[in-house]
Design a protein around this ligand. Sequence first.
Ligand code: ACM
Length: 507
Amino acid sequence: MVLPHSMPLVPLPLSASVGDDRMPIGDAVRVTGDSPVAAQLIAGIARRSGIRLPHATDHSAATESTISLRIDRDVAGPEGYELTVGESAEIVGGDEAGLFYGAQTLLQLLREGDAGWGLLHARISDAPRFARRGVMLDVARHFFSVAEVLKFIDATSALKFNHLHLHLTDDQGWRIRIDSWPRLTELASQTAVGGDRGGYYSKDDYRRIVEHAAERHMIVIPEIDLPGHTHAIGIAYPELVESPVLNDSLIAESARLEQTLPVKGEPYVGWGVGHSSVRIHEERTYDFVRDVVRELAELTPGPYIHIGGDESLGTPQADFDLFVERATAIVIEAGKIPVAWHEVGAAAGIAEGTVGQYWGKTTPEGTHAEEAAHFVERGGALIMSAADVAYLDMKYSDDFPLGLTWAGVVDVRTAYEWEPTEVLDVADSAIIGIEAPLWSETARTIGDVEQLVFPRAAAQAEIAWSPHTAPERTWESFRSRVATLAPLWETAQIDFHRAEEIPWTDR
Ligand code: ACM
């Protein structure tokens, strides 16, 4: 039986039928298969139900019923899987990632009923729409511990996100150890917005994050924001940065928020933007960028390094262009693909293949669309993070206690109802995916982060993963399906926002 409005799955699969009958989950069920996903699935079922299923690597050891896992490239493509639940359950992944995603779907089918725990009967065939499905966490405005980042990875990879962009540096703090420039973390990491406690990741910390993400098929993209958003660098190495350039809007906003203005060489704990710049005409700046990029590349198995490039309001345009042309070339020399915010597309000579991240609105303003299109003209591609729909730090409503409103007020429905290929005038094939950023000016704790991220990240996950023409790709279907994630998020102790738009369920 097909029950689209009670199907408890987000993101929506490519094709799925889910019934009311259940495969009981108890001690007599064995998990078979030698993928690492078997242990992850057993742990996931145990966390949710308290039932720890035995793992039988020997298929013949299966008794009453099994959940069997295997890989078959003829059955599914990259990241895809087929899943059936009847008397037994089987997940066939096109690869390890596909098996992992099949397991995440299976965990959503695990429900508690009057007769105990069971898996809803289902036949699912699934594969992602976009290869690139990202979330971003700003650990610079507020710092989050390794354990908190790992929890964030668990929760977002369960929604089939496969890229985690870490915004590691900003005016308020430098959060990653760089051995060749040690004062960055010694002197410029200890504060955060509002004078809150800062922090930084040692290289071992960072490797733990990368490894944990990789085990969940997530690539980590480190961002060093340049040439603006660099006030903190000046606390450690004053010779690398210019004095703050104060613009009228920064002065007015700082007065309204009662935040002090930036002073060179002193920690900045407000959240005004556009006042800082590295020195564009000093060779030492490029030695610095080269060293930082090299050390980050060594820590990064994934293909990308993000060099920022947003809101360099105090940097003259010609200087900005010169800088980003050199910085993107330095990333290429380090063997990585540069990623940059869309403003970088203003420079004629950015490295070929640079990936742009569009953070303008769904109706582009000013030169944003042109800047974004230039990445495509240079053989690159685009990630869509339209701020008035995909920014997870915008308020849900005017009176929501956390978040900002400069891009708009983004309720769950607004977060859900946008189409990444309809924003810019570029070929659909130039859009490699989307990313939903969480900026942390107002998010002081991981609980604050979770309030802003969930449930809206689920909306972005569906946009990234699910076929946009499917009949169930509607707000009415989504709101009834996302409602069923509440008990999963509660088990995971995720402090999600119980938005009134969603008819939340308890089991
Ligand atoms: C941005 O929101 N400044 C990329």
